[in-house]
Design a protein around this ligand. Sequence first.
Ligand SMILES: Nc1ncnc2c1ncn2[C@@H]1O[C@H](COP(=O)(O)OP(=O)(O)OP(=O)(O)O)[C@@H](O)[C@H]1O
Ligand SMILES: [Mg+2]
Length: 352
Amino acid sequence: MTAAVSLRDVSCLFRSAGKSVQAVDRVSLDVEPGEFFTLLGPSGSGKTTCLRMIGGFTLPTSGHIAIDGADVSQQPPYARPVNTVFQDYALFPHMSILDNVAYGLMVRGVDRHTRHRRAHTLLETVQLPDLALRRPGQLSGGQRQRVALARALINEPKVLLLDEPLGALDLKLREQMQSELKSLQRKLGITFIFVTHDQHEALSMSDRIGVFNKGRLEQIATPADLYNRPATRFVAEFVGTANVLRGHDALQFGANPAIMIRPEQIHIGFGTEAPDRAFACTHGVVREVQFFGSFWRVTVQRAPGLAPMLADLPVHSAAQAPSTGAVAHLYWDSSAAHPITDPAVAGEPSAS
Ligand SMILES: Nc1ncnc2c1ncn2[C@@H]1O[C@H](COP(=O)(O)OP(=O)(O)OP(=O)(O)O)[C@@H](O)[C@H]1O
Ligand SMILES: [Mg+2]
């Protein structure tokens, strides 16, 4: 199957004020037709630059970009079968919602009647059928976001690029829009390339996720694989909360010089008795207890020189909150410990 979007060794080097910034560094990836693909990473990691290169707003310094099998590396934005929803929506304030949505067809010379009919249909798709005659300034943030989406869809792009489109919305509305956006994407069957720095958003919406770190793609995987089997320390710590054990601390539990264990995979027992049927066990003193609604996150300080560990204790399984200062035994199953690569310990010999 031909990839909807394909990047091969794509790099982007910016030069400004005598300095150069490697914004994107030899990125290769294939996005499948109809896929919801997310570029996830911290601020400044190169997500927007990558998206802009796919859209044609920034040209790569080296490498190739193909859309639907055709090399578009040097083509301008208007020649590419993609459309973009920007973070600030970039709606035209002086135009009605209907004309905003119909804009892409007007530019292409489609007659007024046809483009308005099509814009009305799309406003129904994004569940705003009654607001066609308002101006953008008369809408809420979530409504403006839907208008921006409808406007980007009117040209029936093969690929829709979305740069943090939900960033301006409050949490409740963002969660609502996440599920609406996902079901709309399924219904339309359009390939979505979605940029966010929010790991929850990425995990809950995407078919696959590419994690960016300093311009490079660290890992491409499904949400479940990324969470359960992160390849590197960076991914383990950026996607979810991770206990990372390194060096001798890790080697006492196996052959890998760096392992990660999610806090919810760690069982916690209090008092002096250690559990007898555990693959791995360590102990320490409760330093901090945070309440998260369905669980307590317990920070356990271990022996000097060992990293503190986090364990999540489900509220339903404990009569009361753990108290600070208590002795805690932490234990986990072998399947909960995952080997990761960590540049800081890469030079250390493995015990195997
Ligand atoms: N036009 C430019 N000129 C010079 N440097 C740039 C330019 N655009 C981006 N950069 C730099 O490239 C790097 C990547 O920027 P980019 O906007 O792609 O990051 P991002 O992952 O989208 O971050 P954010 O989450 O903050 O939006 C940053 O160091 C940024 O300062
Ligand atoms: Mg950005």
